[in-house]
Design a protein. Sequence first.
Length: 455
Amino acid sequence: MDLIVHTLEVQYLPVVFSNPLSFGKQKIESLEKLRIKMVLKNPVTGESGTGWGEVPVNYPWFWPQCTIENPMFVIRDIVSELVTQWLSLGKVLHPLLSGFELQTQSLNPLYTGLTEKWGDLPFLAVQVMNSAFDIALYDGFAKLCSLPVYKLFDSSLIPVSLDFFFKSNRTVSSLMKGIELSHLLKENPPSRLGVWHMVGIVDPVPADESCNDLARWIVDGGIKRLKIKLSSMEDQDMNRLKEIYKVSRSLGVEKYSFDYNGSKDELRWMIPFLENLKADIPGLYEKLVYIEQPIRAGMTGNRNEVRSITAMKDLLVDEGAGNWEVLYEYYQAGWSGVALKICKSQTSSILMYALSRVLNKRVTVMDLTNPSLAHIAHVQLAAHLSDDPEIESNAIQYCPLASLSESKVHPKLFSRSQGDIDLSSLTGFGYGYRMDEIQIQETGINLEKAACISG
């Protein structure tokens, strides 16, 4: 199928947080989400289809060193440049091929121009904004093929073999020869996913269990998994872990993970920290399944230290890898696996997944506090690619009002029951948004707001 990107519509929608969320020194109380409406058209037949993509503009995560007073000026400039690139994309034979070609041929020159204009800007900022366009492409293309997105990865639909996407590294490309992407995916993805509840840096964990908000979340949602944000200030982190474990151990929590958001420049400190954890809180250590990104992006760490850590617990890459080439560097250094994020694009996620599968590495799917449509693409990624039927899903905790329309169409997807979310309402083609129904709900909510204002 030969398609072109016919039109693009860009929307910035507000996201207000009911509870503050902290990344390093920055505390988020509100942000915007970028929504892309992409119309694809067959220039021969005139047939067209609409795809939707969305990403939260969470710049404290992808641009932690930002010193600009209003980063949204830069973000809007990035998006404007991306609109130009996507409208000049040319023929779309398959979204994996077009997404890959745009990322490998267009994003670096675009990024260079942006840094000349705005100074120190992480490439991840461009990649995250691009993901909304990339997701919309898959959604629209799949709808025109009358297929769900993850059925697009059949080799009969992709005009090149899998090793084509890895040709920049001869070793990896040879590993991919003869492998069909569809054979790496789950044949029967789960309709329910276990939720990793996030315990943020500034989330209160009082000693009195009777009035603890964390305990309420665990009990009300049946939570069995806690992802704990840590600062890498070892003494402070250890004391906080003792409080969290004291609250959660009697409430049925079965798994724990740690996330540092790249807060250190080396790994040497982690070995004694894990040894102390094992001695001081043995129950938590036993249930700790992996550790996410303890050192900043761009650093893989000393290989001997990585080897010592992974002998104790799995070490996962998150912010450090936005594409398979960088991820391969981490794997060469001995890291255990990857935390995929839909905000790095569907294209990058599927290729990082393929690399991880072939190298027998651990694959999880983690959140960027994805509300509304972003949450839907996020859960589809987890259902199809995560090793275990699990997902971090924290927009329900921090910004539930941003998903009001979507939650009316998919109520069990935007709430938790027995520690899970339910994906069974995601039906139809593309990502299964059911966008027509969501837009009806959006219209109703906007009319209610207008009535309140006029009244």
